[in-house]
Write a protein that binds this ligand. Structure first.
Ligand code: TXA
Ligand code: MG
Length: 382
């Protein structure tokens, strides 16, 4: 790791890990941030890679550490609503209402920025994205820093976002001054990003705050055309980049339970047919837990084995196929575990990933937005 960092022209740092930071530690972390350092912090959505949001140089380091395209703007994280005023030209009543209702929480609001916000934070756009995370430790660190903290997800650009301290270290060890590890994130997918005008709201990135929740505040809610399948450039620049990509080719299936089982069994058999007999094959299965058995039955005709971590249905035919099943209970559980599952499949070195997707409504919309990207668009609607 350090060698590749040096090759990339980055200084190798000693990344300090805090598990239960004391008040003293939080004060020290605040100072590291204020003075231009990078600290990965927990939030309720995913871990953020934080830097001083008023310091262009510090934010430049975020882009270097992540290998992130520099036109992709950052979200400024605030400890409370009181920090908003100096950062924007004005706060429309609709924005105020959204902050009152959803903050702290997974809703990011873009508003016309004031001169106080460096262009580095907004990638040159005239709007700044603001969010107040629903995580006590995150807000304590922002307060200790005394400045808004710019924080994208703390992964290398393109990879799944980290939802645990361990996943942050995997990508960021040696690239950042410190990590605050507070265990797994409670939600697991990033915030909803909305652009707010006087009386209209445009959803730029779907997340945990859903369309119907927003419609309780205002009837004027629309999706950015890009999210509806139009060819137009997305208004959130980050939405155009490769994202959440696992190492293996992933295909996501959506449909009735019966169709999913049939399609996955057929796909696995097709893969096996195409595979030379002397080659070992490993396949990741991401599926609702109650469908696992039916898949196994479809493959082998009996009901044993798949609740074990590994399973080799075709061993007796001389083909070395290993299936690694990771299961979820419901959409909330999938949101919570999706990124970690993708990282676990990377770790296992699987050749293919077959995943069961969700109906695109409510939280399902946010999850499918991520699964679509992770699958490089290979969504099969049955
Ligand atoms: O839940 C989250 O939002 C996490 C945690 C760490 O807070 N952060 C996060 O940041 O997901 P990031 O940088 O990975 O994604 C920010 C998204 C990108 O798609 C970016 O293009 C969009 O927000 N964005 C930021 N500022 C914007 C602006 N001024 N106008 C439009 N889109 C903006
Ligand atoms: Mg991200």
């Amino acid at each position: 790791m350090s060698k590749s960092l040096e090759t990339a022209g980055l200084k190798v740092l000693e990344t300090k890990v805090y598990k239960n930071p004391s008040d003293q530690d939080i004060k020290a972390l605040g100072q590291v941030l204020r003075e231009g350092g990078l600290v990965a912090i927990p939030t309720e959505t995913v871990y953020g890679l934080a830097a001083n949001g008023l310091d262009a140089e510090a934010m430049g380091r975020i882009y270097e550490a992540k290998g992130r395209p520099s036109d992709n703007p950052l979200i400024l994280h605030l400890a409370s609503k009181d920090q908003v005023a100096p950062l924007v030209i004005q706060v429309p009543p609709l924005a105020q209402k959204l902050m009152d209702i959803f903050w702290p929480g997974p809703l990011t609001i873009t508003l016309p920025k004031s001169d106080f916000v460096p262009d580095r934070a907004t990638g040159g756009l005239d709007r700044v994205a603001l969010r107040c995370p629903d995580h006590d430790l995150a807000r304590a660190i922002i307060r200790a820093a005394g400045v808004p903290l710019a924080a994208p997800s703390a992964n290398l650009s393109g990879r799944p976002s980290p939802t645990s301290g361990q996943a942050v270290l995997h990508d960021m060890d040696g690239r950042i001054e410190a990590l605050v590890d507070a265990g797994p994130c409670s939600i697991g997918v990033e915030s909803t990003v909305v652009e707010v005008h006087d009386n209209q709201l445009i959803i730029l990135r779907p997340g945990g705050v859903t369309e119907s929740m927003l419609k309780e505040v205002t009837p004027h809610v629309v999706y950015d055309k890009h999210l509806l399948g139009a060819k137009e450039a997305p208004k959130a620049p980050g939405m155009k980049y490769k994202h959440y990509a696992p190492d293996a080719d992933m295909t996501t299936y959506v449909g009735s339970d019966q169709d999913i089982v049939r399609a996955m069994v057929t796909k696995i058999n097709n893969i096996l047919e195409k595979t030379r007999q002397d080659r070992a094959l490993s396949l990741g299965l991401l599926i609702r837990e109650d469908l696992l058995e039916a898949i196994q039955e479809g493959l082998k005709g009996d009901g044993e084995g798949l609740d074990h971590a590994e399973y080799s249905p075709h061993e007796d035919e001389g083909i070395d196929l290993e299936i690694i099943p990771l299961t979820y209970k419901d959409p909330v559980d999938l949101a919570h575990t999706l990124y970690q599952d993708l990282l676990d499949f990377n770790e296992a070195g699987v050749d293919y990933i077959l995943a069961q997707g969700l109906v695109e409504e409510g939280l399902g919309l946010a999850i499918m937005n991520r699964m679509n990207k992770a699958s490089a668009g290979r969504i099969i609607k049955l």
